[in-house]
Design a protein. Structure first.
Length: 407
C-alpha cells in the first residue's frame, strides 16, 4: 500500500539539521543524568519498601509529601496508583533489611506518618486509647476487644477465641465488602451471617475511629536484589545490541551493523534522557519497553538498509547520496503506516493505560518517535559518511551491497 505518491525529499541535504536535533536532545539528557535529576531508578533497582495506601477521599499528593517530610521520611516518592476513583497512592520508603519484621516496620511508619501529619481524625484521636479500625490488624483488634470485653466473657480461652472470631468477621467484611475502608462504623450493624455481636458494634462506635486511609499492601525489594536487577538490565541491553551488530554484519556488512547499532544507541540514550528530564522512574517494565524499542528501531532500519542494498545491486553508478535518498523515499509509505499506527497504539496506552503502565508506555511513545527518526536521519547518513571517509583515504568509495538473500 502506497501512502504517498512519488516522493523526492532530500533527506541527506538536511543531515546537519538532524545532527543538531540529535545533539540537543542527547546533550540535554546527559546533562540531566549527570547534573540534574540523575538516573531516577524505581524501587525494583534501588531497593526499598513499597506501601500502597487507599483513602476514602481523593488524596492530596502535595500534602502527603509534606506529611512524609514532617515525619522525617525525606525524598519518599509519593505517586498515584490505579484509576483516580480508587483514591490510591504508592509511597516508597528507603531500603531496609528484607525481613518479615521490616514489613511491619514499613507499615507502622506509614500509619504513624499519616495519622500524625495527614489524617485530622487520626491526629485528634492519637493517644486517646481508641483504636483505628481502618488500620487495625486482626491480632490487634482481637486483643483490644478481649481487653475491653464488651460481652463480659471474662478471661480465658473461650473469650480469646470469641473475640478472635469477631475480629475476623469485622475485618473480612471491611476488606471484602468495602475495599478496606468503612465510611461509618454503623455499617458493621449490617453484617448478617456470621453476625457481629451488638455489644461489640456499640463498643466500636464509642471507642474506635476511622482515620480515612488503609494500608492495602507492603512489599520489600532488598538492595542485593536491586543491584542484581540493575546489572541484568544493563547486560540485557548490551547483549541485544551486540547480537544485532553480529546479525547485520553477517546479513549485510559490518558498516551496516555499526550504523544500525549507533542509531539504536542514540534512541536508547534519548529515551533514558527523557526519563531523567521528566523525572520519571525507570522500572523493570521500562527496561522491557527499551528492549522492545531497540528491536522495533532495528527492524525499521533494516527495512531501509535492505532497500539501499537492492538499489546498489541494480544501479552502481548513481551517487550514493542520491541512492540513499531514493531508498528512504521508496520506504517512506511503509514507515509512516507502520510507525504511525504503532505510535497511535502506544499513545492510547499512555493516555488510558493507567499509572501501572505509564512508564512502559512513555518509553514506547518516545522510542517509536525517535526510532523511526533515527532510521532515516542517523543510520542512513552514516553509510554516506563512511563512503566519503573511505574516498578521502584513497580507498574504494563504493559502499558494499551486502550478501544477496537466498530466500
Amino acid at each position: 500500500m502506497e501512502f504517498f505518491g512519488e516522493v523526492k525529499i532530500d533527506w541527506l541535504g538536511k543531515k546537519w539539521y538532524f545532527l543538531a536535533f540529535s545533539l540537543i536532545f542527547s546533550i540535554a539528557g546527559l546533562l540531566s543524568l549527570f547534573f540534574w535529576h540523575g538516573l531516577p531508578l524505581d524501587v525494583d533497582f534501588r531497593g526499598g519498601t513499597v506501601v500502597r495506601v487507599k483513602f476514602t477521599q481523593p488524596p492530596d499528593i502535595n500534602e502527603l509529601r509534606n506529611a512524609a517530610q514532617k515525619a522525617g521520611l525525606k525524598d519518599a516518592p509519593v505517586v498515584t496508583y490505579g484509576p483516580p476513583s480508587d483514591h490510591e497512592v504508592i509511597i516508597t520508603l528507603p531500603e531496609v533489611k528484607g525481613t518479615a519484621s521490616a514489613l511491619d516496620t514499613g507499615r507502622a511508619a506509614i500509619v504513624s506518618t499519616l495519622t500524625m501529619n495527614y489524617s485530622a481524625t487520626g491526629k485528634a484521636n492519637q493517644g486517646s486509647g481508641k483504636i483505628d479500625l481502618d488500620n487495625a490488624g486482626r491480632g490487634q483488634l482481637a486483643d483490644w476487644l478481649a481487653q475491653k470485653d464488651p460481652e463480659n466473657l471474662g478471661q480465658g480461652d473461650n473469650a480469646t477465641a470469641r473475640y478472635t472470631q469477631q475480629s475476623n468477621i469485622i475485618l473480612n467484611y471491611k476488606d471484602n465488602e468495602h475495599s478496606g475502608l468503612l465510611s461509618s462504623i454503623s455499617e458493621l450493624s449490617g453484617i448478617a451471617n456470621p453476625a457481629v455481636d451488638p455489644a461489640v458494634v456499640n463498643l466500636l462506635k464509642q471507642d474506635a475511629y476511622l482515620s480515612g486511609f488503609n494500608i492495602r499492601n507492603v512489599e520489600i525489594v532488598g538492595p542485593q536484589v536491586g543491584s542484581q536487577l540493575r546489572h541484568q538490565a544493563l547486560y540485557a541491553t548490551l547483549y541485544s545490541l551486540l547480537g544485532m551488530l553480529v546479525y547485520l554484519w553477517f546479513r549485510f556488512e559490518l558498516i551496516y551493523g555499526v550504523a544500525a547499532v549507533v542509531a539504536v544507541f542514540h534512541d536508547t540514550l534519548i529515551t533514558i534522557g527523557a526519563f531523567s528530564i521528566f523525572d520519571k522512574e525507570i522500572s523493570l517494565t521500562v527496561i522491557a519497553a527499551i528492549l522492545t524499542l531497540i528491536g522495533y528501531s532495528m527492524n525499521d532500519t533494516i527495512v531501509v538498509f535492505d532497500r539501499i542494498r537492492e538499489n546498489l545491486q541494480i544501479t552502481r553508478r548513481e551517487p550514493l547520496g542520491q541512492l540513499v535518498n531514493r531508498s528512504i523515499n521508496q520506504t517512506l509509505s511503509r514507515t509512516v503506516l507502520t510507525s504511525g499506527l504503532t505510535f497511535l497504539t502506544v499513545l492510547s496506552l499512555y493516555i488510558f493505560g493507567g499509572e501501572v503502565l505509564r512508564g512502559f508506555s512513555f518509553a514506547l511513545v518516545i522510542g517509536i518517535l525517535i526510532g523511526t527518526y533515527s532510521s532515516i536521519a542517523i543510520a542512513s547518513p552514516m553509510l554516506v559518511a563512511y563512503q566519503d571517509w573511505r574516498a578521502k583515504r584513497g580507498k574504494s568509495a563504493a559502499l558494499p551491497a551486502g550478501r544477496r538473500s537466498k530466500v
